[in-house]
Design a protein around this ligand. Structure first.
Ligand code: AMP
Ligand code: ZN
Length: 113
């Protein structure tokens, strides 16, 4: 197994294929899937395969957020919202609303025709 998985981490389980998810994008560093409780018509979670608990835990030499940004560009194009517009955000720790402690970026867009 290329990536270390944290026991009892639901996003590690999705990355490992042990829990189902509606996956919309994958590359060697990233898995992205639909949020189970979408807050908008398009709500995708962009998740590094590697278990990193929070944004605070990214190593100084880790370029994972660049990989997330590249994935977001592709997902936005695929979902047809690249030009219409979308929002990316990261919740950090409980005070920031983080519930799942495996780093993820929310990609949200209203459906505007
Ligand atoms: P956060 O508050 O940033 O930690 O966001 C966690 C998000 O993960 C929430 O929007 C949940 O709806 C979503 N979520 C939790 N479990 C799952 C799952 N098994 N599949 C898809 N989305 C999930
Ligand atoms: Zn994890």
């Amino acid at each position: 197994m290329k990536f270390m998985h944290e026991p009892d981490c639901i996003f590690c389980e999705i990355v490992a294929g042990k829990r189902s998810a509606d996956i919309v994008y994958q590359d060697p560093e990233i898995v992205a899937f639909k949020d189970a409780k979408p807050a908008a018509p398009i709500h995708i979670l962009i998740v590094p395969r590697k278990h990193i608990a929070t944004l605070n835990d990214i190593s100084p030499d880790d370029n994972i957020l660049a990989a997330v940004g590249r994935a977001a560009q592709k997902i936005a194009l695929d979902c047809g919202v690249a030009q219409k517009g979308y929002r990316l955000f990261i919740n950090v720790n409980k005070g920031g609303g983080q519930v799942v402690f495996h780093l993820h970026v929310h990609l949200i867009s209203k459906a505007i025709d």
